[in-house]
Design a binder for this molecule. Structure first.
Ligand SMILES: [Zn+2]
Length: 117
């Protein structure tokens, strides 16, 4: 077993006190703009599939109307009335989406603690 001197332990303790780490966690869904930190090892991304409950679908299949029936207009409502004749049609459906967790960690070393002043 390697011998650790008292001075090494004191230096190590001072170093541990001088290192400060902060972590910031943000969650986004797949439609959000996520700021990219490509190549930055301090930023980690975790992506997981989540089931979104009752997501609105435009009867005309217009993607920018997805999730908000207020964006549909007269033509969409006209198509909806036609589609509702088919009893299997559903405007709201459960579907899988992606949730992105962005973890930003920042490590700083407080020089005054490290130098013992
Ligand atoms: Zn629509």
């Amino acid at each position: 077993m390697p011998k650790i001197s008292r001075i090494d332990v004191l230096t190590l303790c001072r170093y541990i006190k001088a290192v400060h780490t902060s972590v910031e966690i943000d969650r986004y869904d797949e439609d959000d703009d996520v700021e990219s930190y490509d190549g930055d090892p301090r930023v980690e991304y975790r992506v997981q599939t989540v089931t979104e409950q009752s997501v609105y679908h435009c009867p005309r299949g217009i993607s920018i109307h997805r999730g908000d029936p207020g964006k549909c207009g007269k033509e969409c409502n006209k198509t909806l009335r036609t589609l509702q004749l088919d009893s299997d049609y559903k405007s709201y459906r459960d579907e899988d989406g992606l949730e992105i967790t962005q973890i930003k960690s920042r490590t700083t070393i407080v020089d005054s603690i490290l130098s013992g002043s």
